[in-house]
Design a protein around this ligand. Structure first.
Ligand code: HEC
Length: 123
C-alpha cells in the first residue's frame, strides 16, 4: 500500500502545477513590458550597464570592447545614428551583441527601440 501512495501524491502535485503562458509571462499587451517611459538614464543605460559595460564602459572599452564606448550618452548616440546599436542587439549585423553571450531579452530590445523611436533623447 505504501508503494502506491508516493506515485499518487506525485501525480496530484504535478497536476496542480499551473503553467499557462499567461501566468508565467503575463498577458500579451497587459503592460508587463512597459516601453511607454523609455528614457536613457532610467531604462536604456541600466540595460547597457548590466549587459555591455563589461566590455564597453569608458574604462573597459580599450581592452575588451574594440574601443567602442557605450557609457556616455554622446557615445551611445553615435551607434544609434549609424544603426549599429540596433543591428547588434537584434543580431542582424556581423557583430551580434552582447558578444559571446546570448541575446538581450525581447523586452530590453523593445525598450531600447522605443527610446530610439522617440528621438533617442538624453533624457
Ligand atoms: C565580451 C565583450 C563584449 C560585450 C559583453 C559586448 N560587446 Fe559589443 N563589441 C565587443 C567587441 C570586441 C566588438 C568589436 C567587434 C567584434 O570583435 O565582434 C564589439 C562591437 C560592438 C558594436 C559595433 C558593431 C559594428 O557593427 O561595428 C556595437 C554597436 C556593440 N558592440 C554594442 C554592444 C552592446 C549594445 C552590448 C550589450 C548588449 C555589447 N556590445 C556587449 C565586445 C563586447
Amino acid at each position: 500500500m505504501k508503494k502506491l501512495v508516493l506515485p499518487i501524491v506525485f501525480f496530484i502535485l504535478s497536476g496542480c502545477y499551473y503553467d499557462s503562458e499567461e501566468a508565467l509571462y503575463g498577458k500579451p499587451g497587459s503592460g508587463t513590458c512597459d516601453t511607454t517611459v523609455s528614457k536613457f538614464s532610467t531604462q536604456v543605460k541600466p540595460i547597457l550597464q548590466s549587459n555591455c559595460y563589461v566590455c564597453h564602459s569608458n574604462t573597459s572599452a580599450s581592452s575588451s570592447g574594440a574601443g567602442i564606448q557605450l557609457q556616455d550618452y554622446a557615445n551611445v548616440k553615435v551607434y544609434v545614428d549609424n544603426g549599429k546599436l540596433v543591428s547588434s542587439i537584434e543580431h542582424t549585423s556581423n557583430f551580434p551583441m552582447p558578444k559571446g553571450g546570448g541575446t538581450l531579452s525581447a523586452c530590453d530590445i523593445s525598450i531600447i527601440k522605443a527610446w530610439i523611436t522617440k528621438g533617442a533623447l538624453n533624457d
